[in-house]
Design a protein around this ligand. Structure first.
Ligand SMILES: Cc1ncc(COP(=O)(O)O)c(C=O)c1O
Length: 296
């Protein structure tokens, strides 16, 4: 029998089928907690420092004190991967408010829980990468910066789940959320970019979009290849009439968008800028300089 993956919970390791937390955990009862999705490529945890920094920033914003130092957290992630003998993996790092009573007051939760899952993820097929995906602008607005904004990577993902449900119901592969002013914010778990006349644009985080670590890396890559990249309030019209569009994210990596609300983007195929960035991205991700090696 194949050995089960081991999951880290609060300093101990449990086989996947035994990895459980309390039904009184406020992460479950109220979505009160924060998380990160991280990837390892060929033995290197891509941008682990950046993900851990963001986790602690999210926790700070919800006044959640993570019971490990950043260094201890880094070691726990690496050790979980080692125990599972993984070189290529998707890592889900979750910190919940912990066990409390049935009221939502976080002061009743004395001990946050830390969970590290190391597994795999597949949200975009090979075909999606090669041909591009269809997207639809959903009626679900991105939570605004004065609500449960996605600037905080919290366990409150119903906003994104609703967007996803809407996309699926209308036969599209992915949803795009607008902000409350009607400009593009992001996908449900991805940042969005457009290319127009050789220039690259992406929405600012003032739309409530998460400051994506993949997006930041892609911006750096694009600039190093000589492209101009600007944060810009993109309207639906500007998206419909872009030459190219693509999503970025840890799980999605870079995926071209071939149509939005049945409007073909460009010639309906992944464009040259998108393809160049996808290529550069795949070459760069396993570079030890871009992350933390698991085995040394
Ligand atoms: C809402 C949202 N936007 C964007 C992203 C992409 O961010 P990253 O590239 O850091 O994975 C994610 C994924 O974490 C997300 O959940």
């Amino acid at each position: 029998m194949e050995k089960e993956l081991q999951v880290y919970i609060d300093g101990a390791y449990y086989p996947k089928s035994q990895a459980k937390i309390s039904v009184y955990d406020h992460g479950l009862l109220y979505g009160d907690g924060v998380f990160e999705g991280i990837r390892a490529y060929n033995g290197v945890v891509f941008k682990l420092k950046e993900h851990i920094d963001r986790l602690y920033r999210s926790a700070h914003a919800i006044m959640l004190k993570i019971p490990l130092t950043k260094e201890e957290m880094t070691q726990a992630v690496v050790e979980t991967l080692r125990r599972n003998k993984l070189k290529d993996a998707y890592i889900r790092l979750v910190v919940t408010r912990g066990v409390g009573d049935l009221g939502l007051d976080p002061r009743k939760c004395p001990k946050p829980s830390v969970i590290i899952i190391t597994d795999s993820i597949s949200i975009m097929s090979k075909e999606a990468k090669e041909k591009g995906i269809s997207a639809m602008i959903s009626w679900v607005r991105r939570n605004s910066v004065d609500a449960s904004t996605h600037e905080i990577k919290s366990l409150n993902y119903l906003n994104s789940v609703l967007g996803k449900i809407e996309a699926t119901a209308s036969g599209a592969d992915e949803a795009i959320c607008l902000d409350k002013n009607g400009v593009i914010a992001e996908g449900v778990g991805e940042n969005l970019f457009i290319v127009k006349d050789g220039k690259i644009f992406t929405p600012p985080s003032s739309t409530g979009a998460l400051a994506g670590i993949t997006a930041q890396f892609v911006i750096k890559l694009a600039r190093s290849l000589g492209y101009e990249v600007t944060e810009f309030n993109i309207t639906p019209f500007q998206l419909f009439t872009a030459d190219e569009a693509f999503f970025t994210g840890t799980a999605a990596e870079i995926v071209p968008i071939r149509e939005v609300n049945k409007r073909q983007i460009g010639d309906g195929k992944p464009g040259p800028v998108t393809k160049r960035l996808m290529d550069a991205f795949q070459k760069a991700v396993a570079d030890p300089a871009e992350g933390v090696p698991i085995y040394q």
